[in-house]
Design a protein around this ligand. Structure first.
Ligand SMILES: C[S@@+](CC[C@H](N)C(=O)[O-])C[C@H]1O[C@@H](n2cnc3c(N)ncnc32)[C@H](O)[C@@H]1O
Length: 259
């Protein structure tokens, strides 16, 4: 790994570690439960409702909603079936793992992979409060996944691949761990023209902006990794705080590993 890639990863880990710690600390001061929103502010709920339905977040721990840092809803329309094995890349506080776990049921299994220890701690606390036994959270990097070949049916991810300085490695690894015929459903940020996002500093990278890559380049990486039927199913342009459209969009992309 180059020094620049290491620095990007360090900043990403620092940013999301701080976010997880903040949620954990607040949840100690203001525990959730008993109908109380706990650590989850109205702003957290509003942000989550831009991606998830009220019904989806209703039964989840407030801490998983507060930690939610995605840009989409990767399990929506993923057609998860009872018994399927799901892997969530960059699982954060666990929100998409918990939604996937409901869909695959007790015969299925969900693995949340994350490289940030504080996020894993938060996700495991959330899992314990839900009492879910078909989910596990594993520490590791998505560029080098600690999982056997052909061991999952579906890979999901929510606003994480854009954070990687080596997206080819991520897609090659996703292809390796998927069983033949398996599918990938990724919500992510992509740049809208070949120029890429205007900001390239590492801090902007950690905020999912600088690492957002041109659509064609991104889709080309999926194709080179071996995926087929690569389709963008949803795309929403992002606006800055002044309401000016940015050169990035949150996008949902789906693809298949040949059977
Ligand atoms: C933007 S947050 C998204 C979290 C979660 N998917 C969600 O929707 O709330 C990014 C997460 O990905 C993790 N992450 C970033 N780069 C990673 C990598 N290379 N390998 C594994 N996890 C990574 C971070 O630790 C963080 O928890």
């Amino acid at each position: 790994m180059t020094t620049e890639s290491q620095e990007i990863k360090r900043l990403v880990r620092e940013k999301y570690g701080a976010k997880a710690k903040g949620v954990i600390e607040l949840s100690v001061v203001q525990p959730s439960g008993g109908g109380d929103a706990g650590c989850c502010s109205p702003a957290d709920v509003d942000r989550a409702l831009r991606m998830y339905t009220e019904g989806q977040i209703a039964g989840l721990p407030a801490e998983s909603v507060a930690a939610s840092a995605g840009c989409g809803n990767p399990t929506a329309l993923a057609g998860l079936q009872p018994g399927e094995r799901v892997l969530d890349l960059g699982s954060g506080g666990g929100i998409d793992c918990f939604l996937a776990a409901q869909q695959v049921g007790p015969q299925g299994h969900v693995t949340g992979l994350d490289m940030t220890p504080d996020m894993l701690e938060l996700a495991r606390k959330n899992q314990a409060s839900l009492g879910l036994t078909n989910v596990e959270f594993v520490q590791g990097e998505m560029e080098n996944m600690p999982l056997p070949d052909a061991s999952v049916d579906v890979v999901i991810s929510n606003c994480v691949v854009c954070l990687s300085p080596d997206k080819d490695a991520v897609f090659q690894e996703a292809f390796r761990v998927l069983a033949p015929g398996g599918r990938i459903h990724v919500s992510d940020m992509m740049a809208l023209d070949g120029q890429g996002p205007a900001r390239t500093d590492p801090e902007a990278w950690a905020s999912c902006i600088a690492g957002a890559e041109d659509r064609e380049v991104y889709l080309g990486r999926l194709s080179r990794a071996g995926f087929e039927d690569i389709t963008i199913t949803d795309e929403n342009i992002r606006f800055d705080d002044e309401g000016v459209p940015m050169n990035v969009a949150s996008v949902k992309v789906v693809a298949k590993k040949p059977a």
